[in-house]
Design a binder for this molecule. Structure first.
Ligand code: IPD
Length: 264
């Protein structure tokens, strides 16, 4: 399959998965468990949606590997791995806030983001009816229309960020926000990293920064940004566990990197 065919398969599955998530949301959501901290929740719907995606992929591409937020990883035999966040923005989802998305990426080269090459990625926002998709060297699209990142205007950059679920990291993240704000026009905290990255690709946001993302949070969104002419970067900093993710134009990412990583 070409990257474009893999993208089209991911679009089909993401639509189906999004419909299931929306249906379950309408029926009422139950929290299944807390994960790393009390605030880090998983709903029954997260698990069910991931199971649906996994089953669809098993049927269509039985030899591929899989890395999912809720069920972890499994090596395949084809060199291709699907990286899946069934519901990115779980806290929004559980709270009835419509900003959540199904994120599906296809990568080659294994399940380590530092080594993989993303082939295709889809971020599907079921409530808003928006499908952001990209295939390597084929550009990024929103419901079929080509996407292009934005450059910050004279009032500064419209930025988004996020915070991890561990209260012990909040002070450090807020200090980072303080260092970045001088170049911001305003700051959003939408609650879905995959959607934030899709919005950078679409030029709705100029840039994005967050520490501690997991591979399934950014696998699809990072390709969207790159295929829309932007940069996605995860600088390696000695001794840092919660790595920084940055997205935007090359100039903005350079500036964000300098400020976010400055001693503070
Ligand atoms: C979370 C969201 C959130 C981001 C967190 C992620 P989840 O993913 O993307 O915006 O700030 O870092 O973990 O848990 O809702 O899939």
């Amino acid at each position: 399959m070409t990257a474009a065919e893999l993208r089209d398969l991911a679009i089909d599955i993401a639509h189906e998965a999004g419909e299931l998530a929306q249906r379950r949301r309408a029926e009422g959501v139950s929290i299944a468990a807390s994960k790393s901290t009390l605030a880090d929740i998983v709903t029954e719907a997260d698990r069910e949606v991931e199971a649906l995606i996994r089953a669809r992929l098993n049927a269509e591409r039985p030899g591929d590997g899989f890395l999912g937020e809720e069920t972890g990883g499994g090596e395949g035999s084809t060199g291709i791995t699907w990286v899946v966040d069934p519901i990115d923005g779980t806290v929004n989802y559980a709270s009835g806030i419509p900003l959540y998305a199904v994120s599906i990426a296809v990568v080659e080269g294994g399940s380590d983001p530092d080594r993989w090459t993303a082939l295709a990625g889809v971020v599907r926002s079921p409530v808003l009816g928006e499908t952001f998709s990209a295939a390597r060297d084929e550009g990024a699209h929103l419901n079929g229309a080509r996407l292009r990142i934005a450059e910050p205007g004279p009032a500064g950059a419209l930025l988004a960020t996020g915070f991890g679920y561990d209260p012990r990291t909040h002070a450090g993240d807020l200090a980072m926000v303080g260092r970045v704000m001088p170049i911001a026009r305003d700051l959003r905290r939408g609650g879905s990293a995959a959607t934030d990255l899709a919005y950078v690709a679409a030029g709705r946001l100029d840039g994005y920064f967050e520490r501690g993302l997991s591979p399934w949070d950014f696998a699809a969104g990072s390709l969207l940004v790159q295929e829309a002419g932007g940069v996605f970067l995860r600088p390696e900093t000695a001794g840092v566990v919660r790595r920084l993710s940055l997205a935007g134009s090359a100039d903005l990412v350079g500036e964000l990197r300098k400020r976010a990583l400055a001693e503070g």
